[in-house]
Design a protein around this ligand. Structure first.
Ligand code: 5AD
Ligand code: SF4
Length: 456
C-alpha cells in the first residue's frame, strides 16, 4: 500500500522550497520501456512531481533501463557517472534506476559505491516510486523494490503520453513464459499476465477521443494474450471496432502462436496493418533447439509461406541473433539460407551477448569469438540490406496509403515522414496535410532504408 501524500509523508515539511520534485526521465530499449516511462510519468505527476526536459534543472534523474541490448550495462554505468560529473559536488542530484536492469543487477548496483544510486524500481514496482523516492531522500538511504508480481498490469494507470501524437503504445500483456535460453525478459519482467479486453478497449476509446489515429498493442509475447477465454484475435477484433482509430499494429509475437483464426482476421479487417514482426532468431535446428524456440527452420518457413498465401501483400520483419554459443560456420550458413529464402522486408540483427541469469549463461559458454560474431553480422547485414532494397524498389510506382507522422523531418523541415501499412518509412514534400492524416501517396523512389513519394 502506498502511504498517502500528506504533510508528514516527506521527512521535511512539504513546502515548494524544500521538496525536490523536478524529474528528468531517460528511456532506453524497447517500445515497452517507452510505454512504461509513460506509466511512470502518470504515477508521479499525480503526486505533484514535475517532468523537465533539461537534465541540469532536475532534482531527480531516472534512467529507465534495458537489459537486453549489448553493452546496456556499461552504457548505464557511464551515464550515471556523467550525470554526477555534470553537476559537480555542490549540486547533488538523486539518481534512480528503473526497468529491466534494475531487476537484473540490483545487487551490483547497490554494492557499487562509486555509482551512488539512490533508488531502484523494477518493472512491477512503479506504483511505489513516490514512496521509494521519499525513503531515499529522507535519510540518505538507498531504497529499492524489484519484486515481480503475478498480477500487476497497471490497468488502472492511464499513461501520460506526449500530446499531439499519432501512434499510442498500449501494453495488453506483460511478462513472458517462454524462457528462450538467451533471453533475460522472463527474469526481469516475470510471468505472463494479460489485461481484460474491456479495460483495453476503454483505453483505446479514450485515445481515439484524444486524437490518436494508430494504436500499437504491446507485449513481450503479444500473441499469447489470454484473458478468460479471450485470445489475441478476439482482442484485435474488439479494438478495431473503436471509431476513429484507423490503424492497429502489434509487437512482438512469437511464431508459435499464429492460429488460422488470427491470420483470417488480419485479412478481413482493414484496420489491422498487414505487417508481422516474426522473430526467427536462428536458421539452424540444433541452435533453435538450444535456444528453446520450439520450432524448426522448416516450421518457420512453412509459417512464412502460410502467411504469404493468406496475406499476399504482408510485410514481414524479423530478429536474428548471430554467434549463439557453439554455432559453427555451417550452422550460421543455415541462417543465411533461411533469411535469403524468407525474404524479410527488414531485420534487426544482433550479436549474441551473454545475459546474467539466463539458461544460456549457465549452460553454454559464450565461445564464439567477437571477431567471428562481427564477421557473421556483417555478412548477414549485407544480404538483408540487399533484400530490403529490392523489396523497397518493388514498391516504386505503387500508390500506398500513408499515415503521416506528427513532426516534419528532423534534418529537413520541408519534408514530411509517414508510414505505409507495412510500416515502411515514406518521405514526402510538405503539402496541405499534417501529422495524423491518411493520404494516398505515389511511391517515386526507394533507398535501402526508406521510400520517397508524392501525394496524389
Ligand atoms: N543476445 C543477443 N540478442 C538478444 N536478444 C534478446 N536477448 C539477446 C541476447 N542475449 C534479441 C532477440 C530478441 C530481440 C528483442 O533482442 O533477437 O528478439
Ligand atoms: Fe525473450 Fe523468448 Fe519471451 Fe521473446 S519470447 S521475451 S525472446 S523469452
Amino acid at each position: 500500500m502506498l502511504k498517502p501524500m500528506n504533510e508528514n509523508y516527506f521527512c521535511k515539511p512539504m513546502t515548494s522550497n524544500t521538496l525536490q520534485k523536478k524529474i528528468f526521465l531517460e528511456t532506453y530499449g524497447c517500445q515497452m520501456n517507452e510505454y512504461d516511462s509513460e506509466l511512470v510519468r502518470s504515477i508521479l505527476k499525480k503526486e505533484n512531481f514535475e517532468f523537465v526536459v533539461d537534465e541540469l534543472a532536475a532534482d531527480i534523474v531516472m534512467l529507465n533501463t534495458c537489459a537486453i541490448r549489448e553493452h546496456a550495462h556499461r552504457k548505464v554505468y557511464g551515464r550515471v557517472h556523467s550525470i554526477r560529473h555534470a553537476r559537480g559536488q555542490e549540486r547533488p542530484v538523486m539518481i534512480g534506476i528503473l526497468g529491466c536492469m534494475a531487476t537484473n543487477l540490483r545487487q551490483d548496483l547497490l554494492e557499487d559505491r562509486s555509482l551512488k544510486i539512490d533508488f531502484i524500481a523494477g518493472p512491477d514496482s512503479y506504483k511505489r516510486l513516490p514512496q521509494l523516492i521519499q525513503e531515499a531522500s529522507c535519510d540518505g538511504q538507498k531504497s529499492y523494490d524489484v519484486t515481480l508480481s503475478e498480477f500487476e498490469t497497471y490497468s488502472d494507470v492511464y499513461p501520460s503520453r506526449q500530446e499531439g501524437g499519432v501512434n499510442a503504445w498500449l501494453a495488453v500483456m506483460r511478462g513472458c513464459n517462454n524462457f528462450c535460453t538467451f533471453c533475460v525478459v522472463p527474469y526481469t519482467r516475470g510471468r505472463e499476465r494479460s489485461r481484460s479486453p474491456e479495460n483495453i478497449v476503454d483505453e483505446v476509446r479514450r485515445l481515439a477521443a484524444e486524437g490518436f489515429k494508430q494504436v500499437t498493442l504491446l507485449g513481450q509475447n503479444v500473441n499469447s494474450y489470454c484473458y478468460d477465454d479471450h485470445d489475441f484475435a478476439y482482442l484485435m477484433d474488439e479494438v478495431s471496432k473503436v471509431e476513429n482509430i484507423e490503424r492497429i499494429r502489434f509487437s512482438s509475437p512469437h511464431p508459435k502462436d499464429f492460429p488460422d483464426r488470427f491470420l483470417d482476421l488480419m485479412v478481413a479487417n482493414p484496420k489491422i496493418c498487414k505487417h508481422i514482426h516474426l522473430p526467427l532468431q536462428a536458421g539452424n535446428n540444433r541452435i533453435l533447439d538450444m535456444m528453446n524456440r520450439t520450432y524448426t527452420n522448416e516450421d518457420f518457413l512453412n509459417l512464412v509461406d502460410k502467411i504469404r498465401t493468406k496475406i499476399p501483400n504482408v510485410a514481414l520483419t524479423t530478429d536474428v541473433i548471430v554467434g549463439f554459443p557453439t554455432e559453427t560456420d555451417g550452422e550460421f550458413e543455415d541462417t543465411l539460407e533461411i533469411v535469403t529464402r524468407a525474404r524479410f522486408d527488414s531485420a534487426f540483427i544482433f550479436k549474441y551477448s551473454e545475459r546474467h541469469g539466463t539458461i544460456a549463461s549457465k549452460e553454454y559458454p559464450d565461445d564464439v569469438t567477437e571477431e567471428i560474431k562481427t564477421e557473421r553480422i556483417m555478412q548477414l547485414n549485407k544480404i538483408q540490406k540487399e533484400i530490403t532494397y529490392q523489396k523497397n524498389l518493388a514498391h516504386v510506382g505503387e500508390t500506398q496509403t500513408v499515415l503521416l507522422e506528427p513532426y516534419p523531418e528532423a534534418k529537413n523541415k520541408n519534408l514530411m515522414p509517414g508510414r505505409t501499412d507495412g510500416n515502411i518509412l515514406v518521405i514526402l514534400p510538405q503539402g496541405p496535410y499534417k501529422g495524423g492524416d491518411m493520404i494516398k501517396v505515389r511511391i517515386t523512389a526507394a533507398t535501402p532504408h526508406a521510400l520517397k513519394g508524392q501525394s496524389v
